[in-house]
Design a protein around this ligand. Structure first.
Ligand SMILES: Nc1ncnc2c1ncn2[C@@H]1O[C@H](COP(=O)(O)OP(=O)(O)O)[C@@H](O)[C@H]1O
Ligand SMILES: [Mg+2]
Length: 207
């Protein structure tokens, strides 16, 4: 594959979507071509799976079911969109990817890293991003930014203890995959965080 695949990770409200928007503006201004997508979703089928996963009415969903749905949405997105674009040499940016499954389902839901890894080993054949921008900010502060959890979103209803586990999971992943993870301190102003992301991606030769 000739292109580059960059993912954004971090807790709810940490500023992933906002930072991706700022990066898009930067890339446009500098005439860098890119393709942006998100997880779960990004294709017609994957967006339908997303609706099932996030539906606040599905409180009885088991952790195993949830993990498999994420993997299903992911393989569809990978084969339909991400891989063909990488094959053409494009820069592909994705808001969340496999690390979200490892942090949320593996660590926080308690399914274990092994279980989630094995699902994804089957679904996406251990395909990994070239680099993962991890916006590092604890969930207490991230939630405050968002003005509290969204009652209709099943995952945001899960409470602070759950999100603390997600954060711990991310910290472990950042250590384990230190070559791939770009850890960005996201506690400052948006422009400050944006500057750190641009410098890091330049340093890695991505942009
Ligand atoms: N550096 C920052 N400082 C203060 N508020 C921020 C910062 N980054 C994002 N926000 C605000 O926090 C909220 C969540 O940001 P968002 O980009 O939607 O997070 P995510 O996509 O990670 O859930 C938004 O209201 C956004 O404007
Ligand atoms: Mg977002």
């Amino acid at each position: 594959m000739k292109g580059k695949f960059i993912t954004f990770e971090g807790c709810e409200g940490v500023g992933k979507s906002r930072q991706i928007k700022l990066l898009e503006e930067y890339l446009k201004q500098n005439n860098v071509a890119y393709f942006l997508t998100r997880e779960p979703g990004g294709t017609k089928v994957s967006e339908q799976i997303r609706d099932v996963i996030l539906d606040g009415g599905n409180s009885e969903m088991t952790s195993e079911c949830e993990a498999l749905l994420y993997a299903a949405a992911r393989v569809q997105l990978l084969k339909e969109t991400i891989k063909p674009r990488l094959d053409k040499g494009e820069l592909v940016i994705c808001d969340r990817f496999v690390d979200s499954s490892l942090a949320y389902q593996g660590f926080a839901r308690g399914l274990g890293e092994k279980f989630v890894e094995s699902i994804n080993a089957y679904a996406i054949e251990n395909f990994t991003p070239d680099y993962t921008v991890f916006l590092k900010l604890d969930p207490e502060r991230a939630f405050l930014r968002k003005g509290g959890a969204d009652g209709k979103d099943r995952l945001e209803q899960s409470g602070l203890e759950f999100h603390k586990k997600v954060y711990e999971g991310y910290l472990k992943l950042a250590e384990k995959y230190a070559d791939r993870f770009i850890v960005i301190d996201a506690s400052g102003e948006k422009a400050e965080t944006h500057g750190k992301i641009v410098s890091a991606l330049k340093e890695k030769g991505i942009i």
